[in-house]
Design a protein around this ligand. Structure first.
Ligand SMILES: Cc1ncc(COP(=O)(O)O)c(C=O)c1O
Length: 358
């Protein structure tokens, strides 16, 4: 889900290696740039007043969101209700924070099943989680309905848009059919959005946004030993790279909405080309129509697993999920990559079938 960082962001990052956001008193300009970068991300997610941080990635962002949710409820509850498709980082968060992850089944479209979600919410629930761009299929959970559920049960709603955050707002502007997934929905308390995925930023650059400062305060710790003077930290790590925030800030200005819109459009064009090519290969099928630039492939014969192994041996970096192959069509993918891949995929399927005499 990462790509070759944008050359401009590489330059910025390489020139600012000494900046440490763990000590904002010593690097006040970096701290200001981080605030502005977060504000720009907030604007992208329909809430310019959002607060938060540029962090090490989606995992840290999701852990911070769960930490906030647990503390906000004063440890009165310890359950997190999340879809089965939720990223592994929530297992880590649950383990670290002594929370119980309650998994909700998926509906026929691989989205969180609302009836099952409703059944699993109880007075022990402190947070609901929805995903805007699942790791396996790029599917978007019904965030508007989850927002209503969160408000009526007085629990926080975190949206993991680690992947979708840098695609969905631009697809919306391009008139794709994009469901509401961000702070527009009043129940949404926090959102993860990773610049080092579709934002083209150098690794590490994740993002965590909270609706208001009171929420972020729930994880705040005072630090008194720093050279820049006493401060408050609201991140998991202490010392952290200012270069990441500066690269994200510069890239948001440099690319602008127009730049990211073009990238999202091209990725979707490549994705649809790939999807229709896959549908024409005998024996393969799509798990679901792509919402984002992620394609899931299923194969009966040869088995999905054998096909994935064969593709990897042929040099294709495909990911294997329990019942499908995942391909993420990142911005460095060209039309000729898709043509060559489809040819090779077709050839691999034919050879594996003929070996079995099918
Ligand atoms: C939906 C989602 N959330 C969180 C993460 C974790 O991100 P990171 O690897 O940057 O920690 C991923 C990674 O693939 C993801 O797909």
């Amino acid at each position: 889900m990462c790509t070759s960082p944008h050359p401009f962001a590489r330059q910025i990052y390489a020139r600012l290696l000494e900046k440490n956001l763990g000590d904002p008193g010593l690097f006040p300009a970096s701290a200001e740039i981080e605030r502005e970068a977060v504000q720009m991300l907030g604007l992208l997610l329909s809430h310019p007043g959002a607060v938060g941080h540029i962090v090490s990635g989606g995992t840290e962002a999701n852990i911070l969101a769960m930490w906030m949710a647990r503390n906000l409820h004063n440890n009165r509850c310890n359950e997190v209700v999340a879809p089965q498709s939720v990223h592994l980082s929530f297992e880590k968060a649950a383990d670290l924070l002594n929370l119980k992850l309650v998994k909700v089944k998926l509906d026929d479209n691989f989205r969180m099943d609302l009836e099952d979600a409703q059944r699993r919410i109880s007075d022990k629930t402190c947070a609901l989680v929805g995903v805007a761009g699942t790791t396996g299929l790029g599917v978007v959970d019904p965030i508007a309905e989850l927002s209503e559920l969160s408000l009526s049960h007085n629990v926080t709603l975190h949206v993991d848009a680690a992947f979708g955050g840098f695609v969905l707002p631009f697809l919306r502007e391009l008139d794709f059919d994009v469901p509401d997934f961000d702070f527009r929905q009043p129940g949404v308390s926090s959102v993860t959005i990773d610049a080092h995925k579709m934002g083209l930023a150098p690794i590490p650059a994740g993002g965590i946004l909270f609706r208001d400062a009171g929420m972020m305060k729930a994880v705040s710790k005072r630090v008194s030993y720093l050279a820049g003077g006493e401060t408050e930290q609201t991140t998991l790590v202490g010392t952290r790279p200012g270069a990441s925030s500066l690269a994200v800030w510069a890239l948001l200005k440099h690319m602008g909405r127009e730049g990211y819109r073009k990238t999202a459009k091209r990725c979707m064009q490549m994705t649809l080309k790939l999807a229709s090519g896959i549908e024409q290969i005998n024996g393969l099928r799509l798990v679901t129509r792509p919402t984002l630039n992620i394609v899931g492939i299923k194969s009966e014969e040869p088995s999905t697993e054998l096909l994935a192994q064969t593709l990897r041996r042929r040099g294709w970096a495909v990911a294997l999920f329990p019942s499908h192959i995942r391909i993420v069509v990142m911005p460095h993918v060209t039309a000729s990559h898709i043509d060559v891949f489809l040819e090779d995929l077709n050839d691999a399927v034919k050879k594996l079938k003929s070996r079995k005499g099918i």
